[in-house]
Design a protein around this ligand. Sequence first.
Ligand code: FEO
Length: 392
Amino acid sequence: MKPREIVPDVLAVGAQDFDRRLFDALIPLPDGTSYNAYLVRGRDKTALIDTVEPAMLHVLQARLKEVTRVDYLISNHTEQDHSGSIPWVLERYPGVQLLSSELAKPMLIGHLGLDPARIRTVADGERLDLGGKTLRFITTPWVHWPETMSTYLEEDKVLFSCDWFGSHIASTDLFVDGADSIMAEAKRYYAEIMMPFRKIVQKNLEKIRDLDIRMIAPSHGPIHRDPGSIIRAYRDWTDDAPHNTVVIPWVTMHGSTALLVERLVGALSERGITVFPFNLATADIGQLAMSLVDAATLIVASPTVHVGPHPMALYAVVLANALRPKVRFASIVGSYGWAGKMADVVKASMPNLKVELLPPVICKGLPKPSDMEAVDQLAEAVAAKHREIGLL
Ligand code: FEO
């Protein structure tokens, strides 16, 4: 496919990766992904913004085939899905100058073995005049690594945001077709890589509040021509207030924990709370992460394997702990055969979550009526907490 123009003299030259199904050997990609790169042509100079995952270099090479000169290569983010093809660009265009944030320079050298002499660092707010096209560099840390910056094209009011505002989608459509069509994927993407830095993302949103943005061109997924929708969604996702929802990652071996979860889901929903249960034997981890974005409460449900939690439950807890959602309350339900420290291990595995722990419900063997009553009491305790913070 040939490069396509997104605004006059700005071309999309990146690659769609329809077949990729996993990122970082961790993140499911049900819709593939894309590595967007953009060529900005001024009267005097040409700049390339970001590159592509090396596995898709052939696409970038084909799209730049007719481009004989690039003066600047801008690296908004050092992760290899955007920077991995920089060495080829430096070789193909011997005169190109690589521009990055100050923090990115040692990372580019470390990850890609680049010659430091090819890299010039740019300051926050610095401008680059290409001749009728002026690029402004805006440091936007932790979206998604510490060195990340965004690049703003002043004349056309386009924000090249790299990971920020992106979504893992491979698509032949250049632009988002109605905000609703992209929001679930954009939220999933935010959950997976930006939620841990929620507070800093809030600050970045403040930083661009007064920027006149007509279009957001991220480096994953389609381009936003309605930037207000995705910015509003980010404000909601990063807001300190959770929603009236409970996430229950659960796993069962012989059915006891499943019975507790079934009762709990019913008891919570009867009290007006939206519940997202995830059977970890089959769950899409991306959807679990997405549900954690807004949840007020996390309840982990696990049987006891030897003396500890089921490894799948522990995986979910470790993941939640790493993603640092804004959950305010947590609890544990589960079962054991003869003895164990399942609840203690789960509790100790989520130190990053600043939660109030509600009394766990742990039963021996098959749940008895008293265990089910304890589950109802837990649901009531959750409802009371949600009421306390104004969610119910
Ligand atoms: Fe798409 Fe953090 O790289």
